[in-house]
Design a protein around this ligand. Sequence first.
Ligand code: PMP
Length: 425
Amino acid sequence: GAAAGREATGRGRAKPRAFDFSALPVMKELQFTAAAGQVMGVDSPFFRVCEGRGAATARIEGADRINFSSYDYLGLNQTGAVLEAAKAAIDRYGVSCSGSRVVGGERPFHAALERALAAIYDAEDAVAMVSGHATNVTTIGSLMGKEDLVLCDELAHNSALEGARLSGATRRSFPHNDLDWVERLLETERSRFGRVLIVVEGLYSMDGDTPDLARLIDIKNAHDCWLMVDEAHALGVLGPTGRGLAEAQGVDPRSVEIWMGTLSKTLASTGGYIAGSSALIQVLKARAPGFVFSVGLSAPLSAAALAALEVMAREPERVARLRDNGLALRAALRARGLDTGLSEGHAVTPVVLGDSPTAAAVAHLALLKGLSAPPILHPAVPERRARLRFFVSSEHTAAHIERAADIVAEAVAEAPEITARLGLS
Ligand code: PMP
């Protein structure tokens, strides 16, 4: 009755109060997106459940699909040696390190993993942390300060931007891969700043292209800057033995001050790392809050990453298969008239589709036809550059690749019927 009515408004069910989470502006955006999906008859493409490993084919939302949505580039998350190493490490050390490495959490496998990571880059040392994202945030956030400048490629990962923001440094992003722009900026503005850090990716995660490392090294040397390369998607992918951008481009990796990478892609684990001079690693291990005040990387995750590095070194044919598959997928998509954007045909290739509703519709149709390739929508990419993104693995077959390209072409042809329901076309 009347009391219940009062209670309903009193609790703000009808009209959320300012401090309710449901009153946050982002909720409006989410509701708008959900409503658009409903009009189109397209389920949300996010949080799709994969029941098992994200292998070349996987059981996703109750059916077997060809899977291009997992970044297990060399199939090491399906490899006995890696899985067994993680299990053996649990038996010996337990699941958790139960403390920060600074106080109580240090274990023998930490140094073993870090030696192996440093060796990839001929670096003096390396440090591993519990998250790739946190590694970028805490490394950039603690190395740079108010007097400094962080120059990020405009397509650099969110974690680098967050680190730059945390640091309090001046931040500038430069047009993607436009090193003339970087050079011009440094010529006029270098002297205004203390330290300058240039941040790029070894292989760009949305577009699948690479920067010119030798030129970056010339520029940072000429202007006395540090260079940081995020190899999240480059390790295991670029170079004849998968050692990343420097190996691929024939550059001495010791010319780069800060190599960053993740354990979560090729290395079939979870975590992040920095490799570089022993002074850099000492500084981070003493002062980076995301390392000092966080638990040590766990035994199974460390052991899996170390075993994955060993398999990668022992079986370079995986890297070769991945390279062939990456080129084959790009060729197959292009042969069907699809726009693969800036992709160089490595393990990451987008199919650029235009607006977000179109990309969502294509992803939906593709899933129904047996292909999982996630849509990347605005605001993750500019609205006119919404896309499907493919992560290729060494374990995909030629048949997976050809079938996937056929499915995308069919889905693109059928998508306008779905988006028309929004009244956009
Ligand atoms: N850097 C790049 C370029 C990435 O793509 C990602 C995430 N995929 C990260 C850093 C963060 O790594 P993680 O997911 O391992 O935390």
